[in-house]
Ligand binder design. Structure first.
Ligand code: GLP
Length: 637
């Protein structure tokens, strides 16, 4: 490792490798595992792996499967122990970790099934203690874990060791934290269905492994990664106990690393090159930290906060302040489609061509209005040709009671008006719903119906924004229709669907999200489809004059230094947007992410986020707006 690299990592208490993306990280870790398997096979010895579930390790498992099928890597000498299992779920339950492991790994490789251990979730309460002791003993009898793979939950849990778990803890029954259960709600089609207890290896069990790799992808993990790597060890964040492990490495992508000091505040740990981007990030941070508006920052503020170099190179402070003030001021525009006939040299969007063809990409119905409802309304009012394309149907997020209500309505209309065929179809749907059980997969008919429900909500929501149904496009990307959460695979048909849309619309500007999200999440997959489709459109004329604007995604917003375009909303426009969100009836009970957002419903959270951005602009000394939606320009390279 180079000297300055040490310097920049000085706050990090765990060796952390930052990869360009999850794929490269998974390839590296898979190679490490494969090397050990092969070495041990040559010595006629077994390898003991500790395995994890969740979205995070799926890419690693796919790479191991590829090595098995393409390179002949054999798992005949491999013994595995999984970290955890939901208490009460049998191996045939769709959401049990046993089923997950069978589907994601075991059934694709030549491991001896009797050597692939997952804690038994069906054990009776009385027998749990003994069963956990047996699990510990089995690990020891196998020779102890050689390589332990971990993900991390947003509470800082590893396995299911929630806050409060000590470093000595062993395999045991635990109660799940509220945030953990909320994070699992999508898999279980509702938080109420998520089990309250689980059996998990302890922190102590994990620390006994000879080598540990913790993987983390996406901005959703950035905060907990920074706390774990740079914070004091505490049982509030059980993952911090990994700091005491001699051979533990965190493998993270850039989004998950983004809050490490070396990336978020590099000037605090060493000399930096003061590019426009770093300067912008540092001064906006300085203003927030000191609680001052940009134009009130003085020399001492710079000197006392690791920015003396910047002052020397580019000072005095007042000049720097003014530069930053102007730069930030120029991100603000009421014309997200560009202002016709105006000087656009310091505007975020170009004036020409006008009107523009604006394509809004929404991974699911709701993301559009939630994140940029005000901007869509403006684009449309300003006469741009707005098209909103819903990339997936979003049917997986419709709770069963909502589907039942729609079915009963269909049957009611059919019977009261004497339409026998429709009634028959309604009864069939009712039957499908009744027979699928609590966590069974929806039949194709039910998924279709749920998609219809979301299309209806999208239409009524977009009407609030002034759009006509003809401006909406429902792509129903096949990866989503054929999959289930954590089980989506992008194929050529997805890319082709997107290419067709792009060539049909020939957009001048595209608004999209998913960049930096967990790679297996719906927004990230939708973004990947877009990027691969744009790649295929390389030779087209329209792409030569097309800008891509990124919105951050529901429940989150760009940091001030990332914002390239800030679109202010009047109080009325904000109310209107909230009305639009409210039309998505099936999503009203969906709870957004972090623990401090718990008490908020969807539309109030959107209100809070947009007015929060406006407050930040105000505190920097810029105009005081009611709300702001913001975007980052994506470089198409
Ligand atoms: C669950 C699992 C953990 C996993 C975590 C994060 O709580 N018990 O082992 O690390 O989820 O899941 P994901 O990888 O889907 O973010």
């Amino acid at each position: 490792m180079k000297k300055e690299a040490f310097e920049f990592c000085q706050k990090e208490r765990i060796g952390t490798t930052v990869y360009a993306g999850a794929k490269a990280a998974c390839q590296d870790v898979a190679k490490e595992i494969a090397d050990l398997i092969r070495t041990r096979a040559n010595e006629n010895r077994e390898v003991v792996l500790g395995l994890a579930t969740g979205s995070t390790p799926v890419g690693l498992y796919r790479e191991l499967i590829r090595m098995h099928t393409e390179e002949g890597l054999s798992f005949a000498n491999v013994v595995t122990f999984n970290l955890d299992e939901y208490f009460g779920l049998g191996g045939d339950h769709p959401e049990s970790y046993r089923k997950f492991m069978n589907e994601q790994l075991f059934s694709h490789i030549d491991i001896d099934p009797t050597k692939a251990h997952v804690p038994d979730g069906t054990i009776s309460r009385d027998d749990v203690f003994e069963s956990c002791q047996n699990y510990e003993q089995a690990i020891q009898e196998a020779g102890g874990i050689d390589i332990q793979i971990l993900g991390i939950g947003r509470t800082g849990h590893i396995g299911f060791n929630e806050p409060g778990s000590g470093p000595e803890s062993l395999t045991r029954l635990v109660t799940l934290d509220g945030l953990t259960r909320r994070d699992a709600a999508r898999d279980f089609l509702g938080e109420g269905n998520v089990p309250r207890h689980a059996i998990t290896m302890g922190v102590g069990t994990i620390l006994s492994a000879r080598k540990v790799y913790l993987l983390a992808w996406g901005e959703g993990k950035a905060s907990i990664i920074a706390k774990t790597v740079e914070g004091e060890p505490t049982d509030n964040i059980p993952a911090t106990f990994l700091q005491s492990h001699k051979a533990c490495t965190f493998c993270v992508d850039q989004a998950a690393a983004s809050q490490l000091t070396r990336i978020s505040h590099p000037w605090l740990v060493g000399p930096v090159e003061w590019t426009t981007e770093t300067t912008r990030k540092a001064i906006l941070w300085l203003a927030r930290k000191t609680g001052k508006s940009l134009l009130k920052l003085v020399e001492e503020d710079y000197n006392e906060n690791g920015m003396a170099d910047l002052l020397l190179e580019q000072g005095p402070a007042y000049g720097l302040n003014i530069r930053l003030f102007n730069l930030t001021q120029h991100t603000i525009t009421g014309w997200p489609g560009g202002k016709p006939n105006a000087d656009d040299t310091s505007r975020p969007e170009r004036a020409e061509p006008t009107p523009k063809r604006s394509l809004i990409l929404s991974p699911e119905p709701l993301d559009d209005v939630y994140c940029l409802g005000g901007t869509i309304h403006r684009l449309n009012t300003h006469g741009n040709e707005v098209a909103v394309a819903y990339q997936t149907s979003g049917d997986l997020a419709v709770p069963d009671p909502e589907a039942r209500q729609a079915i009963e309505m269909l049957i009611d209309v059919a019977t009261s008006r004497g339409h026998a065929d429709e009634e028959k179809y309604g009864r069939r749907l009712e039957d499908d719903l009744n027979t699928k059980g609590n966590f069974g997969f929806d039949s194709e008919n039910i998924r279709h119906l749920k998609g219809v429900i979301r299309r209806g909500e999208a239409r009524s929501s977009s009407r609030t924004l002034g759009l006509e149904p003809i401006q909406l496009k429902f792509l129903n990307l096949p990866f989503y229709q054929k999959g289930r959460y954590r089980n989506f695979v992008i194929r050529d048909e997805d890319i082709d669907t997107m290419v067709n849309l792009l060539n049909e619309v020939e957009p001048h500007q595209i608004f999209a999200t998913g960049h930096g999200h967990d790679p297996l999440s719906v927004p990230a997959l939708c973004f990947e489809v877009l990027i691969r489709a744009l790649e295929k459109c390389r030779e087209t004329d329209w792409l030569k004059d097309c800008w891509v604007w990124l919105y951050r995604g529901p429940g989150t917003e760009w940091d001030a230094h990332d914002i390239d375009m800030a679109v202010p909303l009047s109080p009325g426009e904000l109310d209107n947007k909230v009305q639009g969100i409210y039309q998505h009836q099936t999503q009203r009970s969906q709870q957004p992410g972090s623990s401090d957002q718990r008490s908020l419903n969807l539309w109030n959270l959107a209100r809070e986020i947009n007015s929060g951005t406006a407050e930040i602009y105000d505190s920097l000394g810029l105009a005081e707006y009611a709300a702001i939606e913001c975007f980052k320009r994506h470089d198409l390279g």
